[in-house]
Design a protein around this ligand. Sequence first.
Ligand code: FES
Ligand code: FES
Length: 156
Amino acid sequence: MEVTVSFNLNGKKVSVTAPPAKSLLRVLREDLGITSVKPGCEAGECGACSVLLDGQVVTSCLVMISQVEGKNVLTVEGLQKDGELDPLQKAFIEEGATQCGYCTPGFIIAAKGLLNENPNPTDEEILEGVSGNICRCGAYPRIFNAIKKVVKKNGV
Ligand code: FES
Ligand code: FES
């Protein structure tokens, strides 16, 4: 059995027909060409597949497509505005916060969700905000510096 689900993806309405239990991660990658969401553990442990679902950070590997009807999904592909990178994307580049880059979209989405709710987090809150994300390359200090750079620009 398949279901047709309509939702808002990066500001555009999309419809997709898929088995109801297919993960949002797999639908995004395999049916909608959104490759920033990465399959890592596919068990909710690594954060590589993070997206914003109605503004909340979720691991898309644990969300069934049938749960997404009518919702808003934001991925890194939707962060640019008028061809301009999001400040977080710029800061990650400037701070060299990527090595292989596999974890990067997930970290950026986690940081985006954090800063949407709290534009001026403390260092502890930043660490807590990305605590669900794993970087196998160990780029944590530079990832932290990139997020901190945006926080400073927000004006603490
Ligand atoms: S792939 Fe979803 S949390 Fe690891
Ligand atoms: S930069 Fe390689 S996993 Fe984080």
